[in-house]
Design a binder for this molecule. Structure first.
Ligand SMILES: Nc1ncnc2c1ncn2[C@@H]1O[C@H](COP(=O)(O)OP(=O)(O)O)[C@@H](O)[C@H]1O
Ligand SMILES: [Mg+2]
Length: 276
């Protein structure tokens, strides 16, 4: 017991030191775009497209995303998070214009042992976690829309002037996240009931992930669990697929994540139930 307590304190201390060491880079990652980063992002997009085309088994995804021509246009910078920065772009698939988000992993995550996106192990783990999530949602009929699909993860390495930059790339369709005031105004009672059922199923999914895999969706910060408008319907969607490994020696991160999850789920519930 005392030994355990000692280990937790030590782990917590190590975690704080790592956060202090990473803070400068993380603030830059979260808030500032540089010109070269945008150029590099286009490079990653080209890499992503060509890698997807080469993977025979995902050839259907390639066609679903890049259409017949493989062309893309209207590349814009989008959001920055603590784990990734993202751009949006458009393609034409069977005469229809589609918009996509490409998430480009940052070099490091905010704390040690959380997993650094520029490490191939992070990519492997991410791919595995996505499969775990895809399988788990099949057990909940309410959650067929929870994950943005098609969704593809690719490991990419760009070489520039002899320097190699490897990172994890994730592609998702661009989704229309509903603003809180719109949710308050637009949803019918029927839609609210269906969204509550989706939220209850999501809570059960989280319990199952903890029990069976010692994993929990990362719900820290804004924008990870959202209500999204899709073809005139509204659904609960998990946009940030990061799963937190509860076996990692990160007592402080886990505590913060735990309270953040409760808060995020409560906020979504409040919105759906119209509690002001
Ligand atoms: N597919 C998407 N469509 C529209 N907005 C998105 C999409 N994916 C993420 N976002 C928004 O981008 C922001 C950051 O994305 P996220 O995946 O959470 O990155 P990070 O892992 O760095 O936190 C969030 O505010 C989220 O709502
Ligand atoms: Mg996020």
């Amino acid at each position: 017991m005392e030994k355990d307590f000692g280990r937790i304190v030590l782990s917590g201390f190590r975690e704080l030191i790592s956060l202090a060491g990473r803070l400068g880079e993380k603030i830059k990652d979260k808030y500032f775009w540089t010109y070269t980063e945008m150029e590099q992002a286009v490079g990653y997009l080209l890499f992503f497209r060509d890698a997807l085309k080469k993977q025979e088994k995902s050839n259907t995804s390639y066609q679903q995303i890049f259409g017949e021509s493989g062309d893309f246009f209207e590349i814009k910078h989008f959001k920055r998070g603590f784990n990734a920065k993202s751009i949006t772009f458009k393609t034409i698939v069977r005469q229809e214009v589609k918009r996509w988000v490409l998430k480009i992993g940052h070099r490091i995550s905010p704390v040690i042992d959380f997993g650094d996106p520029s490490n191939p192990d992070y990519y492997k783990k991410y791919k595995q976690d996505l499969e775990v999530l895809r399988k788990k949602i099949m057990q909940h009929k309410e959650l067929v829309h929870l994950l943005p699909e098609p969704q593809e993860v690719i490991w990419a390495v760009l070489t520039e002037e002899g320097n190699k930059f490897g990172t994890t790339l994730l592609l998702q369709p661009f989704l229309h996240v509903m603003k809180p005031n719109k949710i308050q105004k637009k949803l019918t009672d029927e839609q609210r009931i269906q969204l509550i059922a989706e939220l209850q199923a999501f809570k059960k999914l989280c319990e199952g992930l903890v029990k069976d895999h010692k994993l929990h969706p990362d719900l820290l910060g804004e924008g990870n669990l959202e209500i999204v408008e899709k073809n005139g319907e509204y659904h609960l969607m998990l946009l940030d697929m990061g799963l937190v490994n509860l076996l990692a020696p990160l007592p402080i991160t886990h505590a913060v994540m735990h309270f953040a999850s409760l808060q995020t789920i409560y906020n979504v519930e409040k919105l759906i139930k119209k509690i002001l």
